[in-house]
Write a protein that binds this ligand. Structure first.
Ligand code: ARG
Length: 396
């Protein structure tokens, strides 16, 4: 079965190294830093600038996609991003890590459920948004964009293979959301970006953003895994009900809802980034709430404020990510970090904490939905479930 699991002809990258393909497949990952053995790496092919919907609006007047227009990403950008993704996958394979890739569907298709129709889908570059591995479970998130409702189809071949290969794997999917108009606050995007920063921050703190509480909604990338503690960011794509669903779904974990001083919270993995036991990186502009910071400090965690990203002055074309994507890194283990190659200052900062840095060219991938963490989902890491926060503080 393992032989069929890689498709070099399709994705342009090399097969797994012999060492990796001989090991039995085992789904196991409790945190973001234990030694990595098996990972999914996304693909840019077919990605679409989404048609506007209640949850999200793309508006790139200078890049050929003003508000209301939608369609495939430019072919040259796709080719460059896929080259970087394939090279990244090959680098991981050379290190003995098993790599799986998703299977894109035709994202330009109009999609519908009995309750709504939407003009386009999105893509499958950021598997992190969709899939959450906790121990031997892989959980498919609800998602909250209509354009991403069917994205799980891209991962079904990989998930089916994992399920067939590992008799202990638990394959779960959160309730598919209805995503009717009742799930969104009407007109949210007509005004939100025009509000003063302090008003936006108050809205984030009070969790009054685009989603209603009509049903549980979450993206997997709003969950940060620290062993027994899972931190769930309330965001544009994750609501309180989604957090509550996750809390009930993982009864053996402590599941915490968190916010930060981020006016546009969307996925926690460029905001509050675990580096290794005892060390977390936070993006300077997005302070975590005071209680969360105290909770970490009380448990002897050091909180490192990330230096200003290199990408600060050069936002790539058609990107919906901020420069803080710099902090969106992949741990190969607790001492080794893959960092985007242009982020030299960040690499230096992290080296001073003893990390070995693997520079990875990845700038071209950003416009397809994120950085090195977004583009991956860990399927197997060594190690087990551990408690890194023995002391309680406040609501934690
Ligand atoms: N929204 C974050 C930022 O712009 C990027 C995080 C993307 N993460 C992801 N899993 N797609 O700072």
């Amino acid at each position: 079965m393992t032989e069929q699991r890689t498709t070099p002809a399709q994705d342009g990258s090399a097969p797994d190294s012999p060492g990796a393909s001989e090991r039995p497949v085992r789904v196991n990952a409790w945190n973001g830093w234990d030694p990595l053995r098996h990972v999914i790496v996304g693909r840019a092919e077919g990605t679409v600038v989404q048609a506007p919907e209640h949850a999200v609006r793309r508006d790139y007047p200078d890049d050929g996609f003003p508000l209301g227009t939608y369609g495939p990403m430019p072919a040259d950008m796709v080719a460059e991003a896929d080259q970087q993704l394939d090279d990244f996958a090959d680098m991981l394979r050379r290190r003995g890590i098993r790599v799986d890739r998703p299977t894109p569907v035709d994202f330009t298709k109009e999609v519908s459920t009995p309750e709504w129709t939407h003009e386009s889908m999105f893509g499958c570059m950021p598997p992190r948004d969709l899939l959450l591995t906790v121990g031997n479970e892989v959980l498919e998130a609800t998602m909250s964009y209509r354009s991403r409702w069917f994205e799980y189809l891209c991962y079904r071949p990989v998930l089916q293979d994992l399920f067939d290969a590992d008799p202990r794997m638990r394959w779960e999917a959160a309730p598919k959301p209805r995503l009717t108009d009742a799930s969104y606050k009407a007109g949210f995007w007509d005004t939100y970006n025009e509000l003063p920063t302090d008003v936006q921050l108050a809205r984030v703190r009070d969790y009054d953003l685009v989603l209603t509480e009509a049903e549980p909604l979450f993206d997997a990338a709003d969950v940060a895994r620290f062993g027994k503690d899972l931190f769930v960011q309330l965001s544009f794509v994750t609501n309180r009900s989604g957090y509550d669903w996750l809390r009930r779904h993982f009864p053996d974990h402590r599941v915490h809802a968190v916010t930060s001083t981020n006016t546009h919270p969307l996925h926690i993995d460029a905001t509050w980034v675990p580096l290794r036991p005892g060390l977390v990186l936070h993006c300077g502009e997005r302070l975590a709430d005071a209680e969360l910071m105290e909770f970490f400090k009380l448990n002897d965690w050091e909180i490192v404020e990330a230096v200003q990203p290199a990408s600060w002055d050069h936002p790539p074309k058609l990107s919906f990510c901020s420069p803080w994507l710099a902090g969106n890194m992949l741990n190969l283990d607790a001492n080794t970090l893959c960092v985007e190659e242009n982020e030299v200052r960040l690499a230096e900062q992290l080296s001073s904490y003893g990390f070995e840095i693997v520079p990875v060219p990845f700038r071209a991938v950003g416009p397809f939905g994120g950085g090195l963490h977004c583009a991956t989902v860990d399927i197997e890491r060594d190690g087990g479930l551990e408690d890194y926060f023995p002391r309680r503080y406040g609501r934690f």
